[in-house]
Design a protein around this ligand. Structure first.
Ligand code: GRG
Length: 301
């Protein structure tokens, strides 16, 4: 499995570099800011999930790479904007100064904007067919937009304006579902789409993504309490210091750990139908999805 993952990561890094080689007309300071954030040391979790989902459903890696890179571009844009002074005002991301610290606030806003456009351009121009391109654009736009990631972020920001939700548990679950979960779920659904998966396979991967996304965010909140800044590559203890709503603030550490474990279990159960495949590639991709979910419970970054 290690060599499969190493090869996959290399394919993702190479494709990200290729798809972010900017056309003539892109100002160099903008291209530098976009590539600085996009190509920085990230875990590449979302593109990895897209490709693994595609291969699990019998799709080709090369066909999945445009959608995989697009989801990483959307993720990179969200990190750049989330770090801005108007949002989280962070100075460290992926182990390096944030985009606005390095290039200035205006360039960082524009780099995020342009990465968002580049994501959709990458799918449109490189997908295996116009039908797949249209489907992936719809999936990613739904997940990134006002009822998905941006909507989740907007509600998350309301807290800073003094909003106190009547039901903090439900409110937080809904924020996590949109702010973090929607893009992870879209990563898996695009993999299914690229592979021409049937409806049953698509639903099962979406459900995996939903549970995985929740487990990911709960473990992110746990890392904020107990992680090491140098390892994680970003500032920590922000939620607890600002008393921001997070899973650990609402539920406490022990329940957060058990909720994460339950979400991981549910994720793995969602993909039961893919267990015991005869084909070697499908077997390894199934095992990768199981181990990526289990690995969340030991996250150190
Ligand atoms: C500002 C449009 C806009 C959206 C912000 C997703 C998001 C919404 C903000 C990201 C900030 C954040 C810390 C969210 C919590 C979980 C998360 C997405 C963490 C970062 O993802 P990783 O750990 O990061 O996969 P790497 O750097 O490894 O890719």
């Amino acid at each position: 499995m290690t060599s499969y993952l190493d090869q996959l990561r290399l394919a993702i890094e190479t494709a990200l570099d290729r798809f972010s080689t900017m056309p003539v007309g892109c100002p160099s300071q903008l291209s530098d800011a976009m590539r600085y954030s996009l190509l920085a040391r990230g875990k590449r979790l979302r593109p990895l999930l897209t490709i693994v989902a595609a291969e699990l459903c019998g799709g080709k890696r090369d066909d999945a790479l445009p959608a995989a890179c697009a989801v990483e571009m959307i993720h990179a844009y969200s990190l750049i904007h989330d770090d801005l002074p108007a949002m989280d005002n962070d100075d460290l991301r992926r182990g390096q100064p944030t985009c606005h610290v390095k290039f200035g606030e205006a360039n960082a806003i524009l780099a995020g904007d342009a990465l968002q456009a580049l994501a959709f351009q990458t799918i449109a121009a490189n997908s295996p067919s116009p039908t797949i391109a249209a489907d992936c654009v719809r999936i990613l736009a739904d997940a990134a937009g006002c009822a998905g990631m941006v909507g989740g972020q907007a509600d998350d920001m309301r807290e800073e304006l003094g909003f106190k939700p009547p039901n903090a548990e439900q409110w937080l679950l809904e924020i996590h579902r949109r702010k973090t979960g929607a893009i992870i779920r879209a990563a898996l659904e695009m993999g299914a789409s690229v592979a021409g998966a049937n409806e049953n396979q698509r639903e099962s991967l979406k459900s995996y993504g939903e549970h995985f996304g929740l487990a990911f965010q709960i473990t992110d909140d746990l890392l904020d309490c107990s992680g090491n800044e140098a390892e994680v590559g970003k500032r920590l203890r922000k939620d607890s210091e600002q008393n921001k709503l997070s899973w650990t603030v609402v539920h406490g550490i022990e329940k957060s750990k058990s909720d994460a474990a339950k979400a991981v279990e549910a994720a793995i159960k969602s993909i039961e139908q893919f267990g015991n495949p005869s084909d070697a590639t499908k077997r390894i991709t199934y095992e990768v999805l199981v181990s990526q979910a289990q690995g969340l419970l030991q996250r150190r970054k």
